[in-house]
Design a protein around this ligand. Sequence first.
Ligand code: C2E
Ligand code: MG
Ligand code: MG
Length: 757
Amino acid sequence: MAVQWAAEQLTTYLAALSATGDRATMLRCAVDLAAESLEAEVVAYVEGEDVPAVTGYPSGRAPVGTLVELARARSGAVDLPGLGTVTFHSAGLDEPGARLVAARTGTGSFTDDDATLLRGMARVLGLSLRASEQLRHERDRRTDSEREAADVRDLLRSVEERQELLERLTRIQRSITGQAPLHEVLDSIVVGARELTDSEIVVLRCVDPTDPTTLVVVATHGDVSMLPRELPVGRWAAGRSFVEDTLVVGDPDNLPEGFSAAMGAPVREKGVPVGTLTVGSVTPGRTYTRPEQETLSSFAAHASLALSEAHTAEALRGALDAARHDALHDVLTGLPNRALLRDRLDHASARAKRNPRDMALLFLDIDNFKHINDSLGHDAGDALLVSVARRLSELVRPVDTIARLGGDEFAVLIEEMASEAEAEDLANRLLHGLAEPVEVMGRQVEVSASVGIAVWDTLGEAHDLLSNADLAMYEAKRAGGGRGVLFEPGMHERTMARLDIEHELRPAIESGQLVVHYQPVVEISTGLVSTFEALVRWQHPTRGLLGPNEFIPVAESSRLIRALGDEVLRQAVAEAVTWPADVHLAVNLSPRELTPDLPDRVAGRLAEAGLVPQRLTVEVTEGLVMADSDAFAVIDQLHGLGVRVAIDDFGTGYSSLSRLRSLPVDILKVDQTFVRAVNTNDGLAIIGAILALGKASGLATVAEGVETPGQLRALTELGCDYAQGFLLSRPVTQTAVRELFGSSLIPAQCVEAVGLG
Ligand code: C2E
Ligand code: MG
Ligand code: MG
């Protein structure tokens, strides 16, 4: 017998029993119908030592003693008089000692489905017997005339209620046998419960398949905003009805906020509690009557059948799994999310505390992801994240947890680790694995990442591991990205220091703590200063003179950079007007300063001080001019004012020399790293090529960071126009600038060696 028929059979069963008048007829009907449904030769209703109803034996001939024993034995095989060997099975009603027992000839035993149906019938019979019993009590209590009137009313009401219950059940059952989608089946259960018990709120919860201590909501009716989605088993009427496997009426002193009454009934699958159907009211003074309680019980029993039915049960498990999965995984990549990672971290640290061993967390953030996202579009960004997730998953061991924390951040939890070096190895493998270009929507995209590595010591807390790895990742970013950095405790202090700086910088700008130093850019052929580059410093009241690397990055990330840039420009321009007319001023601009209002502000500052635009050079780093069309437009406008543009730190970014020609650029400042490498064959060749291409593009060339006579000599031979570096002069204060005008800054030994100056 297929299970999907069970609900239908029970509905018919209840309908038939309700239609009977007295107890004896009801019992007779109950055993007959049960025999028919179960195709059993014998069905008996056993009450204690008595068998008030039996089918399969002529009246008065039933083996009462044997049947009572069978009811006690629950299931098995036995010889019955007149039938030979039978297999039998029994199920209890809610009343103690009352059971239905069914027996079949032959050795085919009762299936699980048969057992479920028999159990359902026993419960329905119990409910029907109690209802008719109640009616009889009522009847006995009343005087004749009253009784008749009341009987009619009660009967009508109970008939109506039964009728409604039946209709509800039929509807549910139809939605199940009609293979209705799960949500329709669940909806018909909660709507039915609400109307039958006259409740404002209904919640159907099932036990979490992965966490037997938690009940999760699977269907609701009414406003459930005040109820938690996850409920510990045993809490309130809902949780207790599940644990105690019986109807529980909520204790008025212990109800969820806002409720005046609540009751819960267990929902079972194949007889085992799997959830609870709870109804509640917010109407003041409301209590649930005995009939309402019974209705809920019986209704929950039917919901159980609905949920036990194969496809519903499967769909429900699927829905629960999906809800659980969604709550703990990232939708885009399917990887565990931050919540699941935290959970695993907690478990892992608990295990590690009991059984000390090494464990580490890697925090990985893709470099320049925002840029990729902005330039290729969000779909491409998403596709890239999916590819990165896949590649990372291939690189970690199955025992490690890889999670996406959000945005372009990933984490890897390494639980089984032999040594600290293993974590660094993995970080390197991940970085290496990402270095292969990734195909994103038909394009090859190169990805680099920054990785922070934090190693667990059993003293710390698990969540420290995440924030430590995050800090280390941040250090990796600051160092230029594309690398792994191991967390060390000093990083906390550095972060605090950065936070302090962020805090103090604005008042510092406003109260004039920023000072500008100037470093000469020297024309190699004459040794004279061509330009002074303005380099900002912070005269900090307690920490002394701070270099720009200590606070420019902070200013850039906290939007203070505009105020800072404006202050430097104001001071430097005011200074430059006092210099000889052929000495130029260069100022540095951060990418964040290149907003559309910048050209006007610069023009304003120049006019204010009376400096012609031709004497100002702005230095920008190359990556930005190449990539960002808005920034490019700003630079173009500055150029239009007559201001010269220099590409700073050339060679460290991504631009190709061939594009230089199409940019509004006048000067190329070759980065210090190339100058330092000039005494090697390769280095010499590279800087030679850069200088030649710069010249071919019509640009003036400047070598930065010139520290030795050898470097200067090599640069001179390669045709470099200008040099800047400690060899010629360190950055100097505003007053010291004046000492550098008019005489050659090239040291005597260089003059002798290559005949310069
Ligand atoms: P930059 O524009 O490349 O400036 C040159 C940096 O190299 C200066 O560092 C300078 O002191 C240093 N330097 C010069 N000659 C030598 C040398 O021979 N050897 C070595 N090792 N270093 C040399 P500083 O002053 O620390 O500035 C660092 C960076 O901060 C600058 O690099 C520039 O990008 C930025 N910066 C400085 N002032 C400002 C400013 O007012 N606004 C903005 N946005 N950035 C600024
Ligand atoms: Mg510069
Ligand atoms: Mg530079």
